[in-house]
Design a protein around this ligand. Structure first.
Ligand code: PHE
Ligand code: ZN
Length: 849
């Protein structure tokens, strides 16, 4: 739906709602094409507002009737809602509207997925269900009656009655409309119970399509662990009699925290050893925890307006990271989070889509569910915790829940509880929320008369609409090592507040080797001239697992840059250091698997770009291949031993230990395949009894150009499992040679199972191309053109997913003029499409700059 003149919305224009809602009663008469929604809403004038103007959001609704206090009224209806003359006193609004769930392909509002009814209301989907003040600062208790011929009829809160063809629900906790949910269909459940610490018994259910019952057990365990963890660590107890989770196949995002009725993309909840990888299991556990944790951080305390999105998302991501760190390995979680942060958020922060963690304007809020709001938002909380300490953090959080339970709060409220609980002034810290861009932290050092001095200088490059940046407070965790490898100064938290600042350590016998930004204590880019010897030393001796990993990564990055820019050969010092690391059996296998990985191609491209060079994606890919080959050769005697040593003989369990062993063995298999041409990978493929082993082996075969038989066999085996078929689409593109990945992708879009209207399938296929830099940025522009064709096709059907996938283009301006011209042409072709959605229009315009 083209919006004639997309409006920019500003944080500074916030005004409180004119009317508050005391309670809402909804009745749904379900029908695929003609669902009737009857609403009865008690409004009261808001004493905090002077406006008195009555406006209800509503889109794509057919109003059948409207009454105020029982009297028929005729509202003025526009594209975005309605207005009506109302009493200046409490009144009851009643309306009946008709909607068409079967025609709703955008997957926002009430829609259908495989014959099942389902809703998605965040951020502004409720207005597609009925007329309502669809803004998060209007909170109300909801009562819902659902009528329809479906065995399962679900909504938020507690069940209050049910019979043949109907069910009633009441949610006592006031909530904004974006947390409303309804599900109806022919579903089966995996039930369980949880007893809260105060002794209340809660019924838990995971609802799935018949046939998927066998894939719920892991998710249920994750849910119970999450409930327990939130009680133990944050003192937060669940607050309803039931907690329902529903799996749906058609979903734009990962999952949604609707009160008491979480709705999940089936890929984020269904799991079995045969069909899910270790990584899938870990991700499912984290997402279940994330949505559950929203019950307190998001639902009980929500956001005043959508500019405050990071209030719930940054905090909830931070909480789910803490949870995973507790359930599994903290260092491995931290390293994985930083890899993801650099891959997505740094890329965003250093391109045309850069925006503050709390943006101050937007056109379409759906475009702001970003790595910056989520992942950088979580990093800010980690920094706060480092600055005020664990006790300060615990006190601040207790105060936050005490003070703001039931509120729609702001970042100001959030920072105030930290100030009040700890006495610390956070004025400067607030800049992290307001300024976009990744600070560069330049580091130099001196040593004289036993005193070691580190000098820091911070600078943040300009971002769109924000040219000048003020210095931020940066917690820098530092440790010092003796030349013999012993730690002489344990981790110390330095607080940088100025643009330039120095810190000294005295009484040292020799010049130490610094370990800077331990545990990645702030989301910045460290710039320091360091030698490969020093990095190899840190890789061998650093006591901080993150910086140990980081040292190896820095080495790899410099080696790759040297290979790409100067045509250097693979550096033997690097190969030696990696080999030593790999053979060190005292190191966690999962850590070694991570350390064996190379920095991403995109990371190398960004680094080259920053040094003033024009990155060549094909050259970067080639360098990676050459380096991998050299690693394989260097380590050839070690690889078979390691591979054998880390085979898991116990029955499959997706726990940290087993998945660490498999991750290492499969990383080793990748190298081995470069030596044996795929013989071992084929044996592993043939013997695999779980998806982790099967997929890793098939990936190696594909990369070796020996995958055809496995590709056919894999499809044959899994064609009836849609989540595994997604993997089948994705991996063929991911592991294709960049020279023909575009053709592979195009061929797959002609496959009868390429249901392009399903976001998972679309992302598996086209998203895989977008994530393969050498293929997507192919010099002849074929990658850009293929993605543009499909985005143009998808936009009228599903604007939200289209707009998100436009981010594939966000790095276009760093490449050479030929590539730039092709990318620009593709972007302009998208932008010129008649009736282009507001979502995609905003994204493409911002990317073009
Ligand atoms: N609020 C959801 C989450 O983080 C994400 C989401 C946003 C889902 C918008 C659907 C639509 O957890
Ligand atoms: Zn969330």
């Amino acid at each position: 739906m083209k919006d004639a003149s997309p409006q920019t919305i500003y944080l500074s224009n916030y005004t409180p709602p004119a009317f508050l809602v005391e309670k809402v009663e909804l009745t749904f008469h379900l029908n695929p094409e003609k669902t009737r929604v009857v609403s009865k809403i008690k409004f009261i004038p808001n004493p905090a507002s002077q406006s008195g103007e009555f406006f209800l959001h509503g889109e794509n609704l057919t109003l059948v009737s409207a009454r105020i206090d029982g009297q028929e009224v005729t509202p003025t209806i526009t594209e975005t809602g309605l207005t009506c003359a109302v009493p200046n006193a409490p009144f009851t609004w009643e309306a009946e509207v008709e909607i068409n769930p079967a025609a709703n392909t955008a997957l926002e509002g009430l829609y259908m997925s495989n014959g099942m009814y389902c809703t998605q209301c965040e951020a502004e989907g409720f207005r597609k269900i009925t007329y309502y003040p669809d803004r998060p600062d209007v909170m109300a208790p909801f009562s819902v009656r659902i009528e329809g011929p479906h065995p399962v009829l679900l909504s938020n809160g507690n069940p209050t009655g049910a019979g043949d063809g109907w069910a009633e629900w009441h949610d006592p906790w006031p909530k904004p409309a974006y947390l409303f949910a309804l599900v109806a269909g022919d579903l089966v459940n995996h039930p369980d119970t949880f007893t809260t610490r105060s002794g209340r018994k809660v019924d838990l259910n995971i609802w799935v399509r018949p046939g998927d019952e066998g894939k719920c057990a892991f998710g249920m365990e994750a849910l119970k662990k999450s409930m327990k963890w939130d009680e133990d660590v944050y003192g937060r107890e669940y607050d309803l009699d039931v907690f329902n989770i529903v799996a749906v196949d058609d979903f734009n995002m990962g999952a949604m925290e609707n009160k008491g009725l979480n709705i999940f993309n089936s890929s984020c909840v269904l799991a079995s050893p045969e069909t899910s990888t270790d990584m899938n299991f870990e991700r499912i556990e984290a997402i279940i925890a994330h949505e559950y944790f929203h019950n307190w951080t998001g639902n009980r305390i929500t956001c005043r307006d959508w500019f405050q999105l990071c209030l719930k998302e940054g905090l909830t991501v931070f909480r789910d990271s803490e949870f995973t760190a507790d359930m599994r390995s903290a260092p491995v979680k931290r390293i994985s989070d930083v890899i993801a942060l650099r891959g997505r958020q740094f890329r965003e922060d250093n391109g045309p889509l850069a925006h503050p963690v709390r943006p101050d304007s937007f056109v379409e809020i759906n475009n702001f569910y970003t790595a910056t709001v989520y992942e950088k938002g979580a990093e800010l909380i980690g920094m706060l915790k480092r600055l005020v300490g664990d006790d300060g953090y615990a006190k601040a959080l207790d105060l936050y829940f005490d003070r703001h339970d039931g509120d729609a709060a702001t970042i100001e409220d959030w920072l105030k509880v930290f100030e009040d609980a700890t006495g610390r002034d956070l004025t400067q810290f607030k800049r992290w929320y307001e300024q976009a861009g990744t600070p560069r932290l330049k580091v130099t050092d001196d040593f004289k008369d036993g005193t070691y001095t580190i000098n820091f200088e911070q600078e943040t490059p300009p971002t769109p609409g924000q040219l000048r940046k003020d210095p931020r407070v940066i917690p820098i965790a530092v440790g010092l090592l003796n030349p013999n490898g012993d730690e002489v100064v344990p981790t110390t938290m330095l607080e940088m507040t100025g643009a330039k600042q120095s810190f000294s350590f005295d009484g040292l016998a020799a010049r130490p080797v610094p370990s800077i930004l331990r545990d990645f204590s702030a989301p910045v880019i460290v710039q320091r001239d360091s030698t490969n010897d020093e990095r190899a030393f840190l890789l061998a001796h650093d006591t901080d697992p993150f910086n140990k990993w980081e040292a190896g990564r820095d080495l790899a990055r410099d080696v790759l840059i040297g290979m790409v820019r100067d045509g250097a050969a693979p550096d033997d010092g690097y190969l030696e250091a990696m080999h030593a690391m790999l053979r060190d059996d005292s190191l966690d296998p999962a850590f070694r698997a991570l350390a064996l990985g190379l920095p991403s191609q995109d990371d190398i491209a960004q680094t080259l770009h920053e040094t003033g060079a024009t990155p060549d994606p094909q050259a970067i890919w080639d360098a990676g291949q050459t380096l991998r080959q050299a690693m394989a050769q260097k380590m050839q005697d070690t690889l078979p031993r390691l591979y054998a040593q880390h085979q898991v003989s116990a029955p499959y369990a997706p726990d940290a230990q087993q998945s660490g062993d498999r991750a290492l063995a499969n990383a080793v298999l990748g190298l081995l395949t470069r030596l044996d041409g795929g013989a071992q990978a084929q044996r592993q493929y043939d013997a695999a009894d779980n998806m982790t082993q099967q997929l890793a082996a098939w990936g190696c075969l594909l990369q070796a150009g020996k995958g055809d038989a496995a590709t056919a066999a894999f499809f044959d085996q899994w064609q009836d499992d849609r989540l595994v078929v997604d993997k089948w689409f994705s991996l063929q593109v991911v592991h294709a040679d960049p020279a023909d990945a575009v053709e592979t992708c195009a061929r797959l879009t002609e496959h009868p199972d390429f249901n392009w209207k399903n976001p998972n399938r679309f992302r598996a296929t086209l998203g895989a191309l977008a994530m393969s830099p050498a293929a997507f940025h192919r010099a002849d522009g074929a990658g850009y053109a293929l993605l543009a064709d499909w985005l143009i096709r998808l936009d009228p059907v599903n604007p939200q997913t289209t707009a998100r996938m436009c981010t594939a283009f966000e790095t276009w301006a760093r490449y050479d003029s030929t590539r730039q011209a092709h990318a620009k042409a593709a972007l302009e072709r998208i932008l010129e499409t008649p009736e282009l959605s507001r979502d995609t229009t905003e994204m493409v315009s911002r990317i073009l700059g």
